[in-house]
Design a protein. Structure first.
Length: 650
């Protein structure tokens, strides 16, 4: 059922606008014969009223989401609304975040119960679902570290976390985090990837209590690439924590040594006394990392000396892992002690004595094998690496036709991902099945269409005729043709000659013709009108509104449409088991409903809101409404910044 506009909100805001926009008198400010218009109370109040309307709209959307049938979207919509409200009303947003968390917990519980029913097991016998709570937690953590801590503790109370904590003594040489710690670090890594460096550090900092771990060292290395100061501070705190922990052993020292001597590589000794290596950047670092400051290096080497210079016990008292890790760590670090002029060099003689003791305890063959790896530092920075090389080698040696087709399909997808269009086509030619080969070639062309604006991003490039020719000749579904012509119209608009308007109009006509051919009740039809609406908004605003109405009709015809899916299946085959096998997909942020409505809201807030409310589904309507509201807030914030800049210039 369509949601009707709430008269209370509109009438209240309209009254507020009427009162705030009443004429006000102010003496003219004249300076040197010129009158400089100053921002008036009227304009400031109008901005506040518009922002109030948008915030109220977000609160209403969050309130409505509390009654959604879909528990997952009940949580997601409330979390998104709370995130948008936070800068303007943190108290209200915090309340909504808590409600979102309750809904997320209910969603995950329902998923657990469904999984148990399908498996024919008790709910506690299947892995616990945290998808909904993870999403709410990620949003909350970017706004309030304390609230995120509360949510994390709630997650950590699960039975699987308690079991992991009890088994903590059985960790491997990599010193894995507890289940709750791993979840915390995953959140910190997500925030780091999103550029929320300080928040990432706040989330990760409690992991220091679990001591040294490979996962935490890897996080510190990634953190240093984003913010050296924050990375070094966390690293120093971990060293200090390890120095105070009597359980810190040679493997912990080896892990801690990575930022200082081998940022590309971590190494430990396993329970069999064998060396285990892992790359920290997959060998693809393009520039050397910045060295750790001398102060922190000194703290590390002092800790290493304290752990490694203690007298080695007899061979009977040491496990093979302890013996070999002591021997390897001492031999690996000894040159740094002996060749340094820093204060920690004083430890070198004692370490040399201990290393000799350990040397005599190890059989010659094993000793030589380990000693040869003392200077291991990981791969040096490398240049170009062909991402298709291994697949090409596999294809060359594959004798089975089914294996060749599988490898060729993988090559097509990998080549498309890297925009190697010619190599993608050559890989498709290796597919023996004619229908499958045709589908692969269509998949390649759809992605070339997706790439049009990036490929022609240079404003001087306006050869739209050749692009239009390619789109017309492409063997692709109608929605992709519409997408291609919509983007071509944007490029044609750069030409700025007497025929520009006609060319643009003709291209939009072609795009709309193909959009209309897409089957009713399919996500592809929504996507076609979506990309067309966004393009028309830049070129022909009046026409864009008509296209938006078609998009709403298309969305209302799709069963269970949500509006947040950025992926379309170009081919869903059925394998021998009868299950759908999604081989070819195309993903684009431009398919998202919220982006489309945000674009239209910049043109006209009221029109965009009306179309958002014309969406039948609660979930798509919520996404569209929030996008419209956030667009209004962004505009008022920009207006306020412009006004402040004007006042500063005065």
């Amino acid at each position: 059922m369509k949601s009707k506009p709430r008269p209370t909100l509109r009438s209240t805001v309209s009254l507020a606008l009427a009162l705030l926009l009443l004429p006000t008198s102010a003496p003219a400010q004249q300076q040197r014969g010129r009158v400089k218009p100053a921002p008036t109370a009227q304009s400031k109040n109008a901005e506040r009223a518009r922002r109030l309307e948008a915030i109220t709209l977000l609160v209403e959307t969050a309130d409505k989401a509390r009654s959604f049938d879909d528990l997952f979207y009940r949580a997601r919509i409330q979390a998104l609304a709370a995130d948008a409200i936070w800068p303007h009303d943190s108290a209200q947003a915090r309340t909504i975040f808590r409600r979102a968390w309750e809904a997320a917990a209910a969603s995950d519980k329902a998923d657990d119960e469904e999984a148990a029913r399908e498996a024919g097991a008790l709910p506690g016998a299947v892995p616990k679902t945290t998808e909904a709570r993870d999403e709410v937690l990620k949003r909350a953590a970017t706004r309030d570290a304390r609230l995120a801590e509360i949510f994390l503790r709630d997650l950590s109370s699960d039975k699987d976390d308690g079991k992991a904590a009890r088994n903590e003594t059985h960790r491997t040489a990599w010193r894995e985090l507890s289940a709750s710690g791993a979840r915390r670090l995953a959140l910190a890594n997500e925030m780091l990837a999103a550029g929320e460096t300080r928040r990432a550090v706040e989330v990760a900092a409690p992991l220091l209590s679990e001591g040294v771990s490979a996962a935490l060292i890897a996080f510190i290395l990634r953190l240093r690439e984003r913010n050296i100061s924050d990375g070094d501070t966390l690293y120093l705190r971990l060293i200090e924590r390890a120095a105070a922990d009597p359980r810190t052993d040679a493997n912990a020292v080896l892990l801690l040594s990575s930022p200082v001597i081998s940022p590309n590589l971590m190494v430990v000794v396993d329970e069999f006394g064998s060396l285990q290596f892992t790359l920290t950047n997959f060998g693809m670092r393009s520039t050397p990392s910045q060295p750790v400051p001398q102060k922190i290096q000194t703290a590390f080497y002092n800790l290493a000396a304290s752990v490694l210079s203690t007298s080695a016990a007899s061979r009977d008292a040491l496990t093979m892992q302890e013996l070999m890790s002591r021997f390897y760590a001492t031999g690996r670090l000894l040159p740094f002690f002996e060749n340094s002029s820093a204060a920690y060099a004083v430890h070198a003689p004692a370490l040399r004595v201990r290393h000799s003791e350990l040397f005599n305890e190890i059989e010659a063959g094993r000793r030589e094998q380990v000693s040869s790896q003392f200077s291991a530092s990981g791969p040096a920075p490398r240049g170009y690496v062909d991402p298709l090389r291994s697949l090409a080698d596999e294809l060359a040696h594959a004798s089975d036709s089914a294996a060749r087709e599988s490898i060729a399909l993988s090559m097509v997808r990998a080549a498309v991902q890297n925009r190697y269009w010619d190599r993608a086509r050559r890989a498709a030619a290796e597919i023996e099945d004619a229908e499958r080969r045709s589908q692969a070639l269509s998949f390649i062309q759809v992605h070339q269409i997706k790439d049009i604006l990036r490929a022609y991003e240079d404003q001087k490039e306006d050869d739209f005729e050749s692009i239009a020719k390619f789109v017309r000749g492409a063997d692709v579904p109608p929605f992709a043709k519409a997408w291609g012509f919509a983007q071509t119209a944007i490029i044609a608009a750069r030409k700025r000659d007497s025929r520009t308007s006609q060319n643009v109009s003709e291209l939009i006509n072609e795009a709309e013709t193909y959009a209309a051919r897409v089957a009713q009740g399919t996500p592809e039809r929504v996507a076609a009108y979506g990309v067309l609406t966004t393009s028309a908004a830049r070129l022909d605003a009046p026409r864009a509104w008509g296209l938006l109405r078609e998009l709403v009709k298309a969305a209302n015809a799709v069963e269970d449409f949500t509006g947040d899916d950025v992926s379309l299946d170009l081919d869903a085959n059925t394998d021998s088991t009868g299950e759908a096998e999604d081989v070819f997909k195309v993903e684009a942020e431009s398919f998202r409903l919220d982006q489309i409505f945000a674009t239209m809201a910049h043109l006209d807030f009221d029109k965009a809101l009306a179309e958002a409310r014309a969406l039948d589904g609660d979930v798509p309507q919520a996404f569209a409404t929030m996008a419209v509201a956030k667009s209004r807030i962004q505009e008022t914030v920009k207006a306020e910044v412009r006004r402040q800049n004007t006042e500063v210039r005065r």
